[in-house]
Design a protein around this ligand. Structure first.
Ligand code: AMP
Ligand code: GLY
Length: 420
């Protein structure tokens, strides 16, 4: 098979790494890829939002399966465009991608189909939003409705702060048109878990659980990021919780998709807040998580391409998902300043000084004059799969100091279970 992966993050590097192990694959392409992906796939330099160029490439190169990694091309309708050309695609179409493209749409779906979630209101008018703050206890969660690279959620410790957040998003347009509409939400307490599910239009099959670290700094301080580290499995995901999620969340999502006639094929990512073996849904994403993928795919023993083809064909029940009992951890190295402004173009040294059992999933990296240099906020994930999380994390932190670039930052408390 000739396979194309769209994206340039650590997630896409992990997807390419796993796809490369499939006996079904004869040639792997990536648009646009990064310095790490370049070592295992032929990279083609189109922008991920250039739907026409990507579709043309897939058609001209007789691609048998395109896997869309990031949310932007999904929300823009890349899957629709590829399907129109008769091409096979892993990733939902534009309509189904609304689960990530609009938080208000997702929340309304959750309420309509009895999926537990935080109380909320949706607003398109600043005054109405500010007025409604009286209905919420503090802290108050203010969210831009549209895509904001994981940064559009502000947790406000006072009503004044919430008012400022509303003005920042709706009037000063901090997140552009993503803030034309906002969701104001009740603050939920508990522990977070990420549950990624394969969905084939009918069946919803969860992968192994993971725990993401969203905040920029140790001790969950600083701004929300796309994710600074991860581990799998998430110990909070007990059998009792799994039963609760199956009965109250997954089965209701299945009913909702059917009733609304939504043909979702790809990965549905359910962000959960857990307390006392019960869960509420924080958000849906319509793709693999980043950095969740960097810890989940190393634990998948089955052939990913075979599973993806079953998803595309609507025959997921025929595939056998086998997971390793080993545990995985990933720590993200980011450019100083991320998630705010940061510099690019820093030479990354020491990549050859890493032990063989460490996986480096590149994200914001690019090759320049034969050197790997930084090219984004999250630069790479240093990952390891071991007998248990503790061993994996020790190996990572023993190695991570060998990687050096100007102004780098990473959290030192990823997968430190005593902090939970
Ligand atoms: P979201 O993009 O909606 O998942 O939100 C990003 C992050 O903000 C989540 O992973 C949580 O850490 C936090 N968050 C979002 N909504 C809430 C909520 N209602 N209560 C508490 N924390 C939240
Ligand atoms: N790590 C969270 C996300 O991929 O949205």
């Amino acid at each position: 098979m000739r396979v194309l992966v769209v994206g340039n993050g650590g997630r896409e590097h992990a997807i390419c790494w796993k796809i490369n192990q499939s006996i079904l694959v004869e040639k792997l392409f990536c648009i646009p890829g990064n310095a790490g992906i370049q070592e295992i796939a032929e990279c083609v330099d189109f922008s991920i939002d250039d739907i026409q160029a990507i579709t043309g490439f897939a058609k001209d190169n007789a691609i048998d399966l395109t896997i869309i990694g990031p949310e932007i091309p999904l929300v823009l309708g890349l899957a629709d465009s590829l399907k129109k050309e008769g091409l096979k695609v892993f990733g939902p179409d534009k309509e189904a991608a609304k689960f990530e493209g609009s938080k208000a749409y997702s929340k309304d779906f959750m309420v309509k189909y009895n999926i537990p979630t935080a109380q909320y209101g949706v607003f398109t008018n600043t005054d109405n939003a500010i007025h409604a703050l009286g209905r919420f206890d503090i802290p108050i969660v203010v969210k831009a409705d549209g895509l904001a690279a994981g940064k559009g959620v502000l947790i406000c410790e006072s009503k004044v702060e919430a008012e400022e957040a509303i003005i920042e998003i709706m009037q000063k347009r901090q997140f552009g048109s993503a803030g034309d509409q906002i969701v104001i939400e009740e603050f939920l307490t508990g522990t977070e878990a990420s549950l990624l599910c394969f969905v084939d239009g009918n069946n919803i099959i969860p992968m192994e659980s993971a725990r993401d670290y969203k905040k920029a700094y140790d001790g969950d301080k600083g701004l929300n990021t796309g994710g600074m580290g991860c581990f799998s499995p998430n110990p909070i995901y007990t059998d009792r919780l799994k039963a609760y999620i199956d009965n109250h969340i997954i089965s209701n999502i299945r009913t909702g998709l059917k009733e609304e006639n939504i043909d979702f094929r790809g990965v549905l990512f359910i962000g959960l807040m857990i307390e006392n073996d019960q869960a509420k849904v924080l958000e849906f994403n319509v793709r693999f998580g980043d950095p969740e993928t960097q810890v989940i795919l190393p634990r998948l023993e089955s052939d990913l391409v075979e599973i993806m083809m079953k998803v595309v064909e609507g025959k997921l029940q025929e595939s056998d998902l086998v997971w390793s009992v080993k545990e995985a951890v990933a720590v993200v190295i980011a450019s100083g300043g991320y998630p705010n402004n940061y510099e690019k173009g820093k030479i990354i040294n020491g990549l050859d000084k890493i032990d063989d059992d460490i996986m480096l999933f590149h994200a914001g990296t690019i090759l320049k004059d034969g050197k790997v240099v930084t090219n984004g906020g999250r630069v790479m994930a240093v990952a390891c799969i071991e007998e248990n999380v503790e061993k994996a994390r020790n190996k990572i932190y023993n190695n991570i100091g060998n990687i050096i670039f100007d102004n780098m930052q990473y959290r030192t408390d990823i997968a430190k279970l005593s902090d939970d």
